[in-house]
Every structure is written in C-alpha cells, then in structure tokens.
Ligand binder design. Structure first.
Ligand code: SF4
Ligand code: MG
Length: 315
C-alpha cells in the first residue's frame, strides 16, 4: 500500500475568515501578506505556530492568520511571546506590533528581550505614528516633522530601531518595506530560520495619518530622477553576517557597520543589517534545568512536582 504525501498547504490555508477593518491602502496589508507568504513557503503547520501582538492597528494581525494567536497588552508583546516560547519550545513564535507599541511603550521590554536572545521573530510595523489613536507622533518620527494628524512639528528626536537592536543584543536585525511583500517574505523566512531573537523593522505606510512617508515618497515619485528612496543592502555588496561567533572583534566590527548603515536616510537601506549565531536563552535555561531539554514545559506534569527542594534551596 502506498502512502500519499501530505498535501502542500497553500496561502489560503494561512488566512482566517475574520473581517479585516484596516483602512483601504494600509501598509499593514502588505505585512500580513509577507507573513503569510513566508509561513507558507516554510510550510509551518498552523498548529505549531503562535502569533502574538500588542495594541495598535498592527495588533489585529493575528486575527487574520490561521494559527494560534494572542492579542495582548500595549507594549507587552515581547514578554508574553517569551512566555509562550519558553512554555512550548516546539512552537514557532512570531511577535508583532507597531512602532509606538514596541519602541515607545514597550521600549524597556525591547532592550530586555535583545539581551536574552530567545528564539523567536519580532516584526515591527513602523509607520511613524500611533495609527489606532488617530495619528500622534510615534518614537520613530524625526524632530521637526509634522504629519497631517499633528497640530505641531515633533519636538523630540526620533529613535533609530536598528541601532537600538544592535545595542540591545538582537542576533538578527533586518529592515524591509511593507509594499514589497515578496522581499519582506524572504526576510521573514530568514528571520524565522535564524536561531535567536530576530527583529524585522518594516517601513509601513499609513495613508490615513502619515502624509509624509507615503508609497509615492518611498518610490521617489517627487524626485526629478524618480528613483526609489530604498536600496537593498545585498545589492551593494553589504554582508552583515558574522562568520565566526567566537571572534569578538568581528562581532564588534559587524555591529559598527550595521549601526553606520542604519543612519543612512537617502536612500534607506533594507535587508539584513546584522546576523550572528550565538547561544539562545533556551540553551542557557536548558543547561540549568535539564528536564526542559527532554520535552517542552507544556508536556510536563508541573502540578505534581515536589517543590520542597526548590524552596529549601531558596532559604
Ligand atoms: Fe493602517 Fe493607518 Fe488606517 Fe491604522 S490608521 S489601519 S495604520 S492606514
Ligand atoms: Mg505605528
């Protein structure tokens, strides 16, 4: 008797049937498509995928993906995703949220997560505004900029997420563009395949509130030479991958190169800025708690464990 191969999952298998209420033309659609294309290319079983989100327009993304989803508190997505991943190391975990959610309200968690190097992917929908609350300036909007939703120019400097990720310890750092979902999908595939904390900062258009960084702006429609304001790092010979993770000098040099590129603003680099294969948080936890290496926590009988030795140890 021959056993037929399991049917290949199609893009449709990763879509939910919930109503989508993003504004027409929102860059979030491109990011959703990029995620679905990536997980379809990897043929990730929806039962083995958990997508976590914070609060904001982007926070609705898990509703539209056929997988486990968790829509959590503002700025707290990385803590909840960390818990999900450590409880069940069999899962592929994707966390996502907006720039206000992750780089503003969740900034402390953003730094703490980079230090741990938990094996998951964090996708940030970076549109320079708090879209869900009517377009206030987010932490990535530069000083002096004013969108149509703001009464005055921004009076604070914008932060640089790539440089912040380098300094915090993320071991895979990339940037992509929401309206190029095929390229975004290729970056997400590499981010998910990377073992460690991966940040994908996605430049996202918000046609409702951000009239500065529009599709036309990114595509350079206003420039006499009509050139894109984006370029792909790999097309200009840049390689952010650390070849020897034990070589501290190489790590420092690659980090410095990534930070230098992250300050280029015309054109803006997209692609992989930095990647290093370093021990993950899971590796460290399993060394300390060997039982976690045997099977995921969710499959263990944690309710009938003798905790007395632990309590004694903490005396
Ligand atoms: Fe998208 Fe902006 Fe509308 Fe939110 S407010 S759904 S980010 S276009
Ligand atoms: Mg935002």
């Amino acid at each position: 008797m021959s056993v037929s191969a399991p049917a290949k999952l199609t893009l449709k298998d990763y879509k939910s049937d919930l109503h989508n209420d993003w504004c027409p033309g929102c860059g979030d659609f491109g990011i959703l498509t990029g995620i679905q294309m990536a997980i379809q290319q990897m043929q990730i079983d929806p039962d083995k995928l958990a997508v976590f989100s914070g609060i904001g327009c982007s926070g609705k993304t898990p509703h539209y993906i056929n997988a486990y989803g968790f829509h959590t508190l503002h700025g707290r997505v990385l803590t909840v995703a960390t818990g999900g991943r450590l409880a069940n190391t069999d899962l592929t975990v994707i966390a996502l949220g907006g720039d206000g959610d992750g780089y503003g309200i969740g900034a402390g968690y953003f730094v703490g997560t980079g230090r741990r190097n938990v094996d998951f992917t964090y996708i940030v929908h970076n549109n320079n505004v708090y879209g869900l609350t009517k377009g206030q300036a987010s932490p990535t909007l530069s000083k002096g900029k004013k969108t149509k939703s703001m009464p005055e120019q921004a009076i604070q400097d914008g932060i640089n997420p790539v440089a912040m990720a380098v300094a915090s310890g993320y071991t895979f750092i990339a940037r992509a563009y929401a309206l190029e979902p095929k390229y975004l999908a290729s970056i997400i595939v590499k981010a998910v395949e990377h073992k460690g904390s991966a940040l994908v900062d996605v430049l996202q258009t918000c046609p409702t509130y951000n009239d500065l960084y529009t599709k036309e702006w990114y595509e350079g429609a206003d420039l006499p030479e009509k050139r894109s304001r984006l370029y792909k790092l790999e097309e200009r010979g840049y390689d952010g991958k650390v070849s020897d993770p034990n070589d501290r000098e190489e790590i420092v040099a690659k980090k410095a190169a990534a930070v230098a590129r992250s300050y280029e603003d015309d054109p803006i680099p997209i692609g992989i800025y930095y990647q290093a294969e370093l021990p993950t948080y899971e590796d460290a936890v399993m060394q300390r708690i060997p039982a976690l290496g045997e099977k995921p926590l969710v499959e263990q009988d944690v309710f009938h464990r003798d905790v007395q030795p632990l309590l004694e140890a903490m005396r």
